[in-house]
Design a protein around this ligand. Structure first.
Ligand code: ZN
Length: 382
């Protein structure tokens, strides 16, 4: 008898926080799947689902139609994240066949346990977010405030700490599928709230930090790649945020207007480029030489301080005067004269320092946050 006659088929569910998969068919240990689009939008790429009944069996998951995803170049050289215990995320054998079934990502894996989870990147749940915010808010010297609410009524949480004159804003997950951005924030908060950390002590004396770990909670819970509950890409709203389309950005930008901004990092993930890199504000109308030099100096300090960061690969610079002020880094640099930047971490791996087991991971995202903050301390020395 064949296996499908003797053992039941695998079962698949995505009915949980940040879940995203449509089951087209299941035959024994093989499943045909598809990713559904962000609400009222054409973007899709994030997936996250549970497979049950697979212990010791080699399963084949075919995620079809992905050539039409937001970043099809993201599938080449990509391996899916997999976990048995939802704590440690490894990578599964993954092949991309661009010519099959509208582009198919084929994941093969033999789980040791009955249950296992697959995701585009190690997920960062809303419950974990609430734990992070609550745990941070009770640390000495930390204050919490709700900057506003998302369209679905979730809080835009901001943690403030430090008593120095320089206002620093760190914010993440405008693009909700970029879960590595909130892992980065968890690393940043762990360091900045550590009373013993020497860099954190110096930074808290020099700066006042405002940290927004999740700027798009609705998209995160809904399992979106790139948009909020109304299908709006929040990082294209910064010139004119509105309560109807983008209350998340409106709340964040209004709060920045009250404090001013000297230094800012908008934390993201990049689907296609297998490196960590920064993007700046080269194209804004009022850019000054001092502002540009501040950005270049920060990049070179970070490059020297961590082998996980480099400056050879990244996005092309905007030509002078062509910067898109709808994007937060440009808007913040233009509006406040700040040294502002977009930090991009890979969904794949850092090809300069690859990790065969995990690829780019939560652990590395958290360590990168520490390197970024240590670099900020050095940068402030002038
Ligand atoms: Zn992004």
């Amino acid at each position: 008898m064949t296996e499908t006659q003797t053992t039941p088929p695998i079962l698949i569910s995505a009915a949980f926080d940040s879940g995203n998969i449509d089951v087209l068919s299941i035959d024994g240990v093989t499943a045909r799947l598809a990713i559904h689009r962000d609400a009222q939008s054409t973007f899709f790429q994030w997936f996250h689902f549970q497979v049950a009944g697979a212990a010791g069996r080699t399963i084949e998951l075919q995620i079809t139609g992905v050539a039409a995803a937001a970043y099809p170049d993201g599938w080449r050289g990509y391996r899916a994240a997999v976990s048995d215990d939802r704590q440690f995320w490894a990578r599964a054998d993954t092949v991309y066949d661009a010519d099959r079934d509208g582009g198919t990502l084929i994941i093969r894996h033999q789980p040791a346990a009955d249950l296992c989870w697959f995701a585009y990147f190690a997920p960062y749940s809303w419950e974990r977010h609430l734990d992070l915010v609550a745990r941070s808010a009770v640390q000495p010297g930390v204050s919490h405030r709700v900057l506003g609410h998302s369209l679905d009524g979730r809080t835009i949480d901001c943690l403030t700490l430090g008593h120095g004159p320089k206002p620093v804003w760190l914010y993440a997950r405008q693009h909700p599928g970029e879960a590595m951005a909130e892992w980065w924030m968890e690393g940043a908060l762990a360091m900045l709230t550590d009373p013993a950390d020497p860099h954190a002590r110096a930074l808290r004396a020099a700066c006042t930090f405002h940290l927004v770990p999740n700027a798009n909670p609705d998209g995160s819970v809904r399992g979106h790649l790139r948009t909020n509950a109304a299908g709006v890409n929040l990082n294209r709203e910064w010139h004119a945020p509105s309560a109807e389309r983008s209350p998340e950005v409106l709340a964040l930008r209004n709060a920045m207007d009250l404090t001013g901004v000297d230094f800012a990092i908008d934390v993201h993930g990049d689907e296609a480029i297998p490196h960590v890199f920064l993007a700046g504000f080269e194209g804004i109308p009022s850019r000054t030489d001092a502002q540009s030099e501040g950005y270049r100096r920060y990049r070179s300090i970070l490059e020297r301080r961590t082998p996980d960061f480099q400056t050879r690969h990244g996005y092309p610079n905007a030509r002078p005067g062509t910067g898109n002020l709808a994007m937060s880094t440009n808007q913040v640099a233009e509006r406040f004269g700040a040294v502002a930047m977009t930090l991009e971490m890979p969904f794949k791996d850092n090809d300069d320092l690859p990790c065969p087991v995990q690829g780019w991971s939560p652990e590395r995202s958290m360590l990168l946050a520490r390197a970024c903050l240590q670099s900020l301390h050095e940068w402030l020395q002038g």
